[in-house]
Design a protein around this ligand. Structure first.
Ligand code: C5P
Length: 206
């Protein structure tokens, strides 16, 4: 069974994907971490994000066993991730890795923006997790301030809208729910309630 979990920044998709992986005993790939790790490599090597060939080379050179979880979770890495993710050559460079993960025997859970539409269009279950921009910005702001980042809520809201726009408006694999995806709006749900709803959706689809 392949479970595709897509949705925007801070919708809860990552938390939900992890919980589903635990519940159903499936391996999980957070595909956003691949774009974030590419972004960190691009920043470190001072690559111009307009240089598509150089950014794609950085994506191909990624050592996925050595991703620095702390560095890729910063707001700067996230912002740069959405810029490099708009480059078709970068997406192509990361495609096989995601496909191979999805094809492993026994199934897998992948979360991202284009899993149900591009990476695993035949996934047995497709979830599109969403929430309004204000709620998502508030969650993200709380996370960042808890880590000691002095960023304001207004800045986080502006960044959230900017990232949504870049992800939905790009030509290659834009963020959108697959036609056969089940929508899960977590705006007014607790984490536990959102996870329970997601488990129910998977159970119903099996
Ligand atoms: O999910 P996360 O916020 O970690 O993703 C960072 C960025 O990576 C997203 O804003 C998006 O531009 C890109 N991404 C993507 N396709 C995916 C996963 C992430 O374009 N499957």
């Amino acid at each position: 069974m392949i479970i595709a979990v897509d949705g925007p920044l801070a919708s809860g998709k990552g938390t939900i994907a992890k919980a589903l992986a635990r519940h159903f005993g499936l391996p999980h790939l957070d595909t956003g971490s691949l774009y974030r790790a590419t972004a960190v490599a691009v920043i470190d090597a001072a690559i111009d994000p307009a240089d598509e060939a150089a950014a794609a080379a950085a994506a191909r050179a990624l050592d996925v066993t050595a991703i620095d979880e702390t560095r890729i979770r910063t707001a700067d890495a996230g912002a740069m991730a959405s810029r490099v993710a708009a480059l078709p050559a970068v997406r192509a460079a990361l495609y096989e890795l995601q496909r191979d993960f999805a094809e492993q025997a026994g199934g897998a859970i992948l979360d991202g923006r284009d899993i149900g539409t591009v990476i695993c269009p035949d996934a047995g279950v497709k979830l599109y997790v969403t929430a309004n921009a204000e709620t998502r910005a508030d969650r993200r702001w709380r996370e960042l301030t808890a880590k000691g980042d002095p960023i304001s809520y207004e800045t986080v809201l502006a960044q959230t809208r900017e990232r949504d726009a870049r992800d939905t408006e790009r030509a290659d694999a834009p963020m959108r729910p697959a036609d056969d995806a089940t929508l899960l709006d977590t705006s007014s749900l607790s984490i536990d309630a959102a996870i329970a709803a997601a488990i129910q959706i998977v159970e119903n689809a099996r």
